[in-house]
Ligand binder design. Structure first.
Ligand code: AGP
Length: 608
């Protein structure tokens, strides 16, 4: 949520910072800005809209070799040029980019106003620019340190000073920052996407770190002044492939990458000969697995939906009581955490503040939490310390697709491994493992085939004022995921319900025009779900059925039929979600939406 880029070196900073902002635009795209230190001034340019709008007006020949930039997702203050970052102090000698939220900004602002400071924006960030300026007396690092000692909240900040044209001071608390090591140049960014084109050698800052960056390198200290050293890590290959390739949109590319992303998640982990699975990152002994009394899977949005499938698998396959919980709600009910509970934190970005907060709540209470994360080295992965990377590869589209299936696959592999340790025999384990291993190829075949039902469904949904999604068990999680996708990509109001709950109220919403998407694989709940379909049909609503191929009875009940491959129940979400991903993509396209950058959203939600 919001992207920060910084550069100090020998090249002109402007193109490097703008390029980094383009790569980080998926983090927030309300407005963007850049501050370059050159020729005795800080040249600050900001624009509402995409980075392209900023590029169009930034003087291309600015000579400065030190600069910072920001792409914003508005929290405090509307989407205006005045509220775009960077923010300057009153004397235009300090410029600040900030991700996060300054919780005590109101009181700080009042104090500064009493001292005669005139504010130019509605943002919380501007107080930082004035505070740093107030405490500055020649030592940039000391000024930032002192200013931050007055701040309550979260921050990832980058600060430049007119008096120090070859230097950036940055600090992190709750909002990620990474330093990139170059030859005679140093980079800064809120995530490695901005850096991978320039360097693969990076240093991740930890919370309450402060770093001073020059072209020659960097010095990291703690906010209280204590020295600290952080190791250089090498970014994996996956950070370098970001183009859309042959595809018109990142979302479409990522949908079609699922055969490969799923293969990365299951190959080498599922071991059919043993009828089980190996996940070294969990670091759990068979004895520890046998002692688990309850599993709780935490996540937000799509990751929560994947967590619902994971919890069902832990309970259904491994026979461990399991629930999925929305991470943003979890910690505020002062949850009881027992030593024999095991938590999973599911997150694509690994930076979601609500999920990170839930992880900390578990850890504060002595609980054990494993990460199920895509982005290597991200905050949640690091906080958990143990867990599994889902290996989707970079997901750029704001709407999550391949991360969902990779998360589900990782949780299914985990469930298989736990199940084998506790209750599952080798034959059942082998069958489940073999079915999992076959999924990537079967997903590829389904995606490559002509699926006319998807376009028919698009026609119904794009015309509808409201779309209703139904499913039961793991298919309820898929229904929720399908509804979330259609909301965020096509802006169509949707609701998802467990099918049998429909008659307890929401059926009142149905009329002859309502498209109802029902996820009904051929499993133990099929007949019950088809009864709900009859109730839908009796109200004259239009039925779009995602069903198992060859299920003629289900097909007969459908206005639009979308067959998917046959599978066991727990594995079915890896197939049934595919048409719903394509439905939202195609509906968004038909309605002229900005598919990869839906309005009001950002890829990683690093504020509460
Ligand atoms: C998915 O399409 C959404 N953009 C969103 O719900 C997302 O899944 C959620 O914000 C959690 O993100 P995370 O997986 O990075 O933690």
């Amino acid at each position: 949520m919001c992207g920060i880029v910084g550069y100090v070196g020998e090249r002109r900073a402007t193109p490097v910072v703008l390029d980094g902002l383009r790569r980080l635009e998926y983090r927030g795209y309300d407005s963007a800005g850049i501050a370059i230190v050159s020729d005795g001034e800080i040249t600050c340019t900001r624009r509402v809209g995409f980075v392209a709008a900023l590029e169009a007006v930034v003087p291309p020949t600015l000579p400065g070799t030190t600069g910072i930039g920001h792409t914003r997702w508005a929290t405090h203050g509307g989407v205006t040029e005045a509220n775009a970052h960077p923010h300057l102090d009153s004397t235009n000698r300090v410029a600040v980019c900030h991700n996060g939220i300054i919780e005590n900004h109101t009181v700080l602002r009042s104090r500064l106003e009493e001292e005669g400071i005139a504010f130019r924006s509605d943002t919380d960030t501007e107080v930082l620019a004035h505070l740093i300026s107030k405490f500055y007396s020649g030592d940039p690092e000391a000024a930032v340190r002192q200013a931050l000692s007055h701040i309550q909240g979260t921050w990832g900040i980058a600060v430049v000073f007119l008096d120090h044209p070859g230097l950036i001071v940055a600090a992190r608390n709750g909002s990620p920052l990474v330093v990139g090591k170059g030859e005679g140049e140093t980079f800064l960014a809120s995530d490695p996407h901005a850096l991978a084109a320039y360097t693969r050698q990076v240093v991740y800052l930890e919370d309450r770190d402060l770093v001073t960056i020059t072209a020659r390198g960097w010095t990291i200290s703690r906010l209280d002044g204590a020295g600290v050293s952080r190791g250089v890590e090498v970014l994996g290959e996956e950070w370098t492939s970001e183009g859309r390739g042959e595809f018109s949109h990142h979302m479409l590319k990522e949908i079609h990458e699922q055969p490969e992303s799923l293969a990365r998640g299951v190959l080498g982990r599922v071991v059919p000969d043993e009828g089980g699975a190996r996940l070294g990152g969990f670091d759990l002994t068979p004895r520890a697995i046998a002692a688990i009394r309850h599993i709780r899977v935490l996540g937000c949005g799509t990751s929560f939906h994947a967590g619902m499938v994971g919890a069902a698998a832990m309970e259904g396959l491994a026979r461990i009581p399991a629930t999925a919980e929305i991470a943003s709600e979890f910690r505020y009910r002062n949850p009881v955490i027992s030593a024999d509970d095991l938590f999973f934190a599911v997150s694509q970005s690994g930076e979601t503040a609500d999920t990170l907060g839930a992880v900390r709540e578990v850890q504060i209470k002595g609980g054990s939490v494993l990460g199920v994360v895509n982005v290597v080295g991200s905050s949640i992965a690091r906080s958990c310390g143990r867990g599994v990377y889902v290996h989707s590869g970079p997901e750029i589209a704001v709407a999550s697709t391949k991360a969902f299936t990779s998360q589900v696959a990782a949780l299914l592999v985990a469930a298989l491994s736990f199940a084998r340790t506790r209750v599952l025999g080798p034959h059942e384990g082998k069958a489940f493992g073999e079915e999992l291993l076959a999924v990537p190829k079967r997903v590829g075949e389904w995606l490559a085939a002509d699926n006319p039902g998807v376009m028919e469904a698009v026609e119904l949904c794009a015309q509808g004022k409201f779309v209703f999604f139904l499913g039961r068990g793991v298919s309820h999680a898929v229904a929720l995921e399908g509804a979330l996708k259609l909301k965020e990509v096509a802006y169509i109001p949707c609701m998802a319900y467990p099918a049998a709950e429909m008659k307890h109220g929401p059926i009142a919403l149905l009329d002859k025009r309502t498209p109802v998407v029902v996820v009904v694989p051929d499993d133990v709940m099929r007949d019950k779900t088809l009864s709900s379909v009859q109730e839908v049909r009796a109200r004259g609503a239009r039925v779009i059925l995602v069903h198992t191929e060859g299920d003629a009875a289900a097909q007969r009940l459908a206005d639009v039929s979308i067959p998917v491959p046959r599978s066991s129940t727990l594995i079915s979400p890896l197939f049934t979600v595919l048409p719903l991903q394509l439905l939202s993509f195609r509906a968004g396209l038909a309605l002229g939406r900005d598919i990869d950058r839906p309005r009001n959203l950002a890829k990683s939600v690093t504020v509460e």
